[in-house]
Design a protein. Structure first.
Lengths: 307, 281
């Protein structure tokens, strides 16, 4: 009779049920753990991609990044993160715009994230366009200016097609208007020159704290003079010249291929120019103004995750 | 006469029967209690898992939409129960302008959540006017009039969008211009015909607003979704331009009164606070 009891069956049934409940609980916990692990991997690659984007912008290398032609791309390195494979692409879209793409992939082969951002070079804007923008200029010096756009010899520039004002006189412009270069005033231009200047780059940014005399030298880049500038002896400057005071041309003078902004343009006694004093060059102005520019994000176009 | 021992082996005494009855009753009661507890626990676990998955879904959708908005340009209306925004649906770079108003985007650099829809989408294109200054650069907004397959000058597969805007604006678009495709959407808490509350989405199209579609829920009645907006000083703001952080309190709700170990019968509620910093530079 004892062998026909139901206790053993009931106990076995209960054990099976408990096992099923335990298995369900274990499965749920395992699922949660997997979800958590995947979420952690996703956050890791997301953070790595965002970090690589910030690093690319913060560590912008004007010498290499600003030199690539529009439509091409380079792949700079990025600081690697543990367990994450990173790649970075810097693509130039136009003179000022770049598309940055960072991709982070979990080395486990699972999660991946690609971020893109458009940035714009914050260069030195010299507008309105003119060979010389000055409050005044004497007639001799004014006659030695050319607004016909010319490329510097040997430069790989787009074909020129326009002519700008040779002398833009702004006699009544206030300092805040006259010494305005895009969103920069004179103080921020000099601060920018201090920050980026002093290198041995092919296109330099040089700041003269006071008066400067150039005689028979050749200079390429942005020259900022926080005083007066005297040019003589056939000096040649290719790029942008910004002078707080006057520019005096003496003797054989010199030639600026690009653009000049100065309070006054004066021809000294015995000025006998061998060539035009200033020849406007849009290519030289653009390249000099952007050579040492750093990028900033576009308002209205925050980074986005590639779908 | 049979031996007495044989008679005793075939029968049960009253005491034995009572003991067996008591033991079996205890066992049945214990098994029943454990079965009921197990069943309640299973229901509670399933409800909790469902609520958590709902929370994850709600958080993922809202985060994905909010993290790519430009507050000044994309946040349209702010309320504690809803947010209306221009949600990013695609972004890319113009490789060619095939005719005035028709831009071609290289597919390899045109990231699309879905194909652009003329009935629902609009675009913003960045236009550099004078190359010698950045001060006149800006965005132009345009409607999407048509979408078709095309190719870039190099032969790469591309998508062509015909845009509707002032001709003077469209004339400024050049190869290399970045472009974003948007859809005007609204996320809000709403109550369906059965009385349940949901996080829902609706989108604006040429015919007006679509009906609400549920994204996650059910939500805790009346207050299961609350948006807050703060500026860079972490002070509340209602001005889209100044929003630096969007917070969303989400409470998923299961009206069934479920009990479990150490828990009295009550509806299941799981909550999550989502914080998304806007990525505007």
């Amino acid at each position: 009779m004892a062998r026909r009891g139901f206790v053993l069956a009931a106990v076995l049934y209960a054990l099976v049920l408990l096992a099923a409940l335990s298995a369900a609980g274990f499965f749920a916990a395992l699922q949660e753990a997997r979800i958590g692990r995947n979420r952690a991997a996703l956050l890791r690659v997301q953070a790595a991609a965002a970090s690589a984007m910030s690093e690319t912008i913060a560590g912008w290398d004007p010498l290499s990044f600003n030199a690539i032609p529009a439509g091409t791309a380079i792949a700079p390195g990025a600081t690697s993160a543990p367990g994450v494979a990173l790649s970075v692409e810097v693509r130039r879209l136009s003179d000022r715009l770049y598309l940055l793409r960072t991709t982070a992939r979990d080395s486990g082969g699972g999660a991946g994230r690609t971020l893109e951002q458009v940035v714009r070079l914050r260069g030195l804007d010299v507008v309105p366009r003119a060979a010389v923008r000055a409050r005044s200029a004497d007639s001799v010096a004014a006659a030695a200016l050319s607004g016909a756009d010319q490329n510097p010899a040997g430069w790989d520039c787009p074909a020129t097609h326009d002519t700008v004002t040779a002398l833009m006189a702004q006699p009544s412009a206030t300092d805040s208007v006259f010494y305005r270069f895009g969103d920069r005033d004179w103080a921020s231009v000099t601060a920018w020159a201090v920050a980026v200047g002093g290198g041995s780059d092919s296109i330099e940014v040089r700041l003269a704290a006071g008066d400067l005399m150039l005689s028979g030298v050749r200079y390429l880049g942005v020259l900022i003079v926080n005083g007066n500038l005297t040019m003589s002896g056939g000096t040649e400057v290719v790029g942008i010249v910004l002078v707080r005071g006057w520019v005096r041309l003496e003797g054989a003078g010199g030639t600026v291929r690009g653009s000049v902004v100065a309070s006054q343009l004066i021809a000294g006694q015995g000025y006998t120019p061998a060539a035009p004093a200033v020849v406007y060059s849009s290519c030289a102005v653009l390249r000099a103004g952007l050579a040492h520019a750093y990028p900033e994000g576009l308002v209205g176009f925050p980074p986005w995750s590639v779908f | 006469m049979r031996p007495r021992a044989v008679m005793r082996a075939r029968g049960l005494t009253l005491v034995e029967c009572l003991v067996a009855f008591v033991v079996s009753s205890v066992l049945v009661a214990a098994i029943d209690a454990s079965l009921v507890a197990g069943q309640r626990f299973a229901h509670l676990s399933a409800a909790a898992r469902s609520a958590r998955q709902n929370l994850r879904a709600a958080a993922a959708v809202l985060r994905g939409e909010l993290e790519s908005v430009s507050p000044a340009a994309d946040l349209v209306a702010l309320a504690d129960s809803a947010v209306r925004l221009r949600a990013l649906r695609a972004a890319g770079v113009v490789c060619a302008v095939s005719s005035p108003g028709t831009v071609v985007l290289d597919d390899s650099r045109f990231s699309q959540l879905r194909t652009a829809d003329p009935a629902r989408d609009s675009v913003r294109v960045f236009v550099e006017r004078d190359p010698f200054t950045a001060s006149d650069d800006g965005w132009i907004a345009a409607a999407v009039l048509a979408v078709r397959r095309a190719s870039c000058p190099g032969g790469a597969a591309a998508t062509a969008l015909t845009l509707g805007a002032a001709p003077s604006d469209l004339a400024g678009i050049a190869p290399g211009a970045p472009l974003r495709v948007f859809e005007l959407v609204e996320y809000r808490r709403y109550r369906d015909a059965a009385g349940a509350w949901w996080l829902g989405i609706r989108n604006a199209s040429s015919g007006g607003w679509s009906a609400m579609s549920p994204v996650a829920g059910p939500l805790r009645p009346a207050a299961g979704l609350v948006f807050r907006y703060v500026d860079h000083r972490l002070l509340p703001t209602g001005v889209p331009d100044s929003v630096a952080l969007v917070e969303a309190d989400i409470q998923i709700y299961d009206a069934r009164r479920l009990s479990g170990p150490g828990r009295h019968a009550a509806p299941v509620v799981d909550s999550f606070t989502l914080r998304v910093a806007t990525a505007e530079p």
